[in-house]
Each structure stands twice: as structure tokens, then as C-alpha cells.
Design a protein around this ligand. Structure first.
Ligand SMILES: [Ca+2]
Length: 314
């Protein structure tokens, strides 16, 4: 009996030891897994970050190369290397993609700050009408960036914004980002989303639309005689006008838009996105390319903007 009991105790002890070792091993392995997962995550995010910064550097090179190829003519158009959208690059455990956008192909919302700018107000209203949006947005926007506190039409100034919860003030200066549209009084997300693809904020209060790269909406907005259908047809064609005058000579409907048009672009936006090991990184950079020597200056970098991937449908 005594021997049986001893055996029983030995067995229980063994089982206890096995259980203890198993628990210890499990804990060790879990910790190890966690460390591995953490390392993978950190490696992934480092790689994705390096990739988008690399894409930005590469895009800058393409912009310089495009400038060098203009052979003293110094015009920018969509037949140049920068405008070619590269296929997403497959890399180990992920992909990288980027695109360069000419900001002079878009409507400069900051142009509404110039003087009393009635012409720019009408231009923005034409854009809004073409998009089926209410014209009041132009007045709200003008008040948002103009330096005074006087309400324009159905616009709004501090007197309205300070009554909001939470209260805030009108910017009363050139906008730094198109996302400021979201702060306008009584504007909703759907209206902002409809407007965003066609507009930009250049660090200048002038309209400088490149007739060679502009989208149909922007051309229609700045040229009062240019119907939208005609603008759409024009935007489909390859355009390589050397001067604004030659563009107007060929397309008389552009008359009245001389002051708003250019054939040379300075500001570009680079949108880069990488996904490595399930970790995503997005970068939107704005750069200025000097029209005289082709050198590039970084204006802003934003890692917080989200945009649709051509690789993944979201
Ligand atoms: Ca104002």
C-alpha cells in the first residue's frame, strides 16, 4: 500500500512539474510571439515609411528630368514624364505606388483673397454651379480667407463662427490646406467631397491655371465663354501650347481668361503609398519647382492624408 501511495505521489509530482513547465513554456512562447509580431510590425512600418519617402525622392527626380527635357521652352504639359502614372511596384510582402499631380491643373481657392476679386468669385460660382453645389459656398469661402470681418452676401465671419460649439474664428488669411473647407459655416461633408477633386490652395492669391494640364471643370470655371461640354472635349485632347496667346488663338472661348491662365507650372503634389506586411504608409508632399533652374523645394509633407489605392479597392 505504502509503495502504491509513493508511486501515486511521484506521479502527481511529475504531472505538476509537467504542468508547470508547460505553463512556463507557453508563457515564454507567447512572449516570444509577441516580440516577433512587434518586430514585424515595426519593420513593416519602417519599410513602408522608407518606401514612401523613397517614392517622393524619385518623383522629385522625375520632375527635374521633365524640366530638363523642356529645352528652354519651359512649358509643362501632360505628355511629359512627370504626368505618366507609373504602375504600382510589387515589392516583397507588399507594394508601392505614387502619382504626381500638377497643382496648376486645379482651381486655386486662395485666388479669392485678391482685392475684392469679383471675377474670382464668379469663377468659383461657375465651378460650384457645374458641380450642382450652392453658390453661397463661394461667399463663405471668400469671407473665410479675406482679411476683413465684413460679411459678403450670405457668407460668414467671426460673429457666426464664434456662436458654434465649439466656437472658432475665421482664418482671415490664405488657406494652407483644402481641408479648411470643412470648417465653413453650414457646409456638409458631401459638398466638400464634391468640390475637393477640382480645387487646390496655392500659396498665392492669384489664379494660375495651366491651360495644358487643367481639368475640364477648372477651364470652364475660369473661362466665362467656355461651355462645360467644350471644356471636356478640350481636356481630352493633348495640349502643348507654348503661350497663353497661342492657346486663345486656337480656342477663342478662352478669351476672358487670359489673367488666369499660364503654360508653366511651379507647384506639384506627390501622393505616395506603400503597404508592407499589412502595414500602410501614405505621404502627400507639396513641392515647388523653380521655373528658372528646375530645383525643387519641399513645401509640405503630410502623413495623415488618406487616399484611394489603385492596387487595393477600399
Ligand atoms: Ca474674413
Amino acid at each position: 500500500m505504502a509503495r502504491h501511495r509513493q508511486r501515486g505521489i511521484a506521479l502527481v509530482t511529475m504531472l505538476l512539474i509537467v504542468a508547470l513547465v508547460s505553463a512556463l513554456l507557453y508563457q515564454l512562447i507567447s512572449r516570444h510571439h509577441l516580440t516577433i509580431a512587434r518586430t514585424q510590425q515595426s519593420l513593416g512600418s519602417n519599410s513602408a515609411l522608407s518606401m514612401v519617402l523613397g517614392a517622393e525622392a524619385y518623383a522629385r527626380q522625375i520632375l527635374v528630368m521633365s524640366w530638363e527635357q523642356t529645352d528652354g521652352e519651359r512649358i509643362d504639359h501632360l505628355e511629359q514624364p512627370w504626368a505618366e502614372v507609373p504602375e504600382p511596384f510589387e515589392v516583397e510582402d507588399g507594394f508601392l505606388e505614387f502619382v504626381i499631380v500638377d497643382l496648376h491643373s486645379l482651381f486655386n481657392l486662395n485666388a479669392l483673397q485678391a482685392g475684392d476679386a469679383p471675377e474670382e468669385m464668379q469663377r468659383l460660382q461657375r465651378l460650384l454651379a457645374a458641380l450642382g453645389l450652392e453658390g453661397r459656398i463661394a461667399e463663405l469661402w471668400k469671407d473665410w480667407i479675406d482679411m476683413d470681418d465684413e460679411i459678403t452676401g450670405f457668407g460668414a465671419e467671426d460673429s457666426q463662427y464664434l456662436l458654434n460649439d465649439p466656437p472658432y474664428r475665421a482664418a482671415n488669411q490664405l488657406a494652407g490646406d483644402t481641408s479648411e473647407l470643412r470648417l465653413l459655416q453650414e457646409i456638409d461633408q458631401a459638398q466638400v467631397d464634391a468640390l475637393l477633386p477640382w480645387v487646390t490652395v496655392l500659396p498665392a492669391d492669384v489664379q494660375a491655371v495651366n491651360v495644358n494640364t487643367a481639368n475640364a471643370m477648372t477651364l470652364h470655371a475660369v473661362a466665362p465663354q467656355l461651355e462645360l461640354a467644350r471644356a471636356e472635349a478640350l481636356a481630352e485632347q493633348p495640349r502643348t501650347f507654348a503661350t497663353v496667346e497661342s492657346a486663345i488663338a486656337e480656342i477663342p472661348e478662352l478669351n476672358g481668361a487670359q489673367d488666369a491662365l499660364v503654360v508653366q507650372s511651379q507647384f506639384f503634389r506627390i501622393e505616395a503609398r506603400a503597404e508592407i506586411g499589412g502595414v500602410r504608409s501614405e505621404l502627400v508632399s507639396v513641392v515647388r519647382r523653380d521655373p528658372d533652374d528646375g530645383s525643387i523645394t519641399l513645401i509640405s509633407r503630410d502623413f495623415g492624408k488618406r487616399f484611394a489605392s489603385r492596387m487595393r479597392t477600399e
